[in-house]
Design a protein around this ligand. Structure first.
Ligand SMILES: NC(=O)c1ccc[n+]([C@@H]2O[C@H](COP(=O)([O-])OP(=O)(O)OC[C@H]3O[C@@H](n4cnc5c(N)ncnc54)[C@H](OP(=O)(O)O)[C@@H]3O)[C@@H](O)[C@H]2O)c1
Length: 320
């Protein structure tokens, strides 16, 4: 599907979803005034493949599919495409849920346009059978069957769990052409040292790590190392599952946020994150189209550079 991410197509898609009237004026004016430009993209190191800088953590929306049907998820994915975003992070769930999710991912416009990550994960299935190599292989096979993406875009070991068991499986997967990229994830700052050691030893194609104004640690060692070693970088937990919004609640966005084309608090955080050039894509999780539009809006316009990033951090710390 050839989607032109123009201001006109964006406004048409917003109208089609009926969300324009639900958006605070600041969000709507921000995304509609910047949608004449394409979303910022960054190349996966060592390739010419470009990833849009804001992506979607799908867990909450996917968990609703069995009970409520696929409409919400479909609307969120269409919203992404209409804005030029394409990265969807997934993790294995109950088989019935992943089967229903897979049916949505196989809709041609999604199958052809999305970059879908998957994981060997912590699902109960593995725990019940004991986490072993065969369990991980079975889990990957199921995801590949349900999602019907061959090769898989990116397969990751979730939270580096039993990494020594599962990493050889991912290497075999890549060697036989069943995965384009392989990587590891963590959302725990306590695991950064272990992640760094693994990066130096195994040189994964991608890392996925927690990084935000609330959890800035990855910028010290993990992100520079990923850049030096030429790894793709995904960022998770940008809002710490919503904690970020509890900190800024009741405070006005400073006027100087306009200097880097920022009109909302979500973008204040996301643009701070994206100010680190090592990062390909920040994954934001939401079940609300209006929030997704707000988040993807951070992929448009200027980004803060060093002095402005220091100002953002100092201001946020004064509120936290
Ligand atoms: N180990 C791992 O591999 C790992 C661990 C954690 C996370 N992740 C990945 O990272 C993704 C994101 O991390 P996360 O799950 O911690 O979620 P998050 O993106 O840090 O925070 C999600 C929360 O923020 C709210 N929110 C999102 N955008 C908003 C906006 N513009 N305005 C106001 N509220 C907003 C959401 O509520 P609403 O639904 O109301 O918008 C939700 O409560 C996950 O989906 C997953 O893909 C991976």
């Amino acid at each position: 599907m050839n989607i032109k991410h123009t201001r006109r197509s964006f406004i048409q898609s917003v109208s089609a979803f009926g969300v324009a009237g639900l958006m605070p004026p600041s969000v709507y004016s921000q995304v509609s005034s910047t949608a004449s430009n394409v979303i910022r993209k960054r190349a996966i190191p060592g390739t010419s493949e470009m990833l849009p800088v804001v992506g979607f953590g799908s867990t909450a929306a996917v968990m609703q599919v069995l009970q409520d049907g696929p409409d919400l998820l479909t609307q969120l994915l269409d919203t992404m495409l209409s804005m030029g975003a394409s990265v969807v992070d997934t993790a294995p769930r109950e088989e019935s849920i992943d089967e229903a999710f897979g049916k949505v991912l196989q809709i041609p416009r999604f199958r052809d346009s999305l970059f879908v990550t998957s994981k060997i994960g912590l699902r109960r299935w593995l725990a019940e059978r004991g986490v072993d190599k065969e369990g991980g292989i079975h889990q990957i096979d199921l995801t590949r069957r349900f999602f019907d993406r061959n090769p898989a875009d990116l397969v990751q070991v979730e939270s580096m769990t039993d990494i020594d068991i599962h990493w050889p499986t991912l290497k075999e997967l890549k060697d036989r052409g069943a995965a384009r990229y392989i990587g590891i994830t963590t959302s725990a700052t306590a695991d950064h040292e272990r992640m760094e050691a693994f990066m130096r030893r195994e040189n994964p194609d991608f890392i996925q790590v927690n990084f935000s104004l609330l959890e800035p640690e990855a910028e010290q060692r993990i992100l520079p190392l990923a850049q030096d070693m030429g790894m793709g970088v995904l960022i998770n937990s940008p809002f710490n599952g919503g904690e970020f919004f509890r900190v800024i609640r009741g405070h006005d966005l400073p006027d100087w946020a306009a200097d880097f084309d920022c009109e909302t608090w979500a973008q204040f955080n996301l643009k701070y994150i994206l100010g680190v050039s090592a990062i390909n894509t920040v994954l934001t999780e939401t079940t609300r189209t209006i929030h997704l539009l707000d988040n993807i809006g951070a992929g448009f316009g200027r980004l803060p550079v060093a002095a402005m990033r220091r100002r953002i951090k100092a201001h946020f710390n004064s509120l936290a």
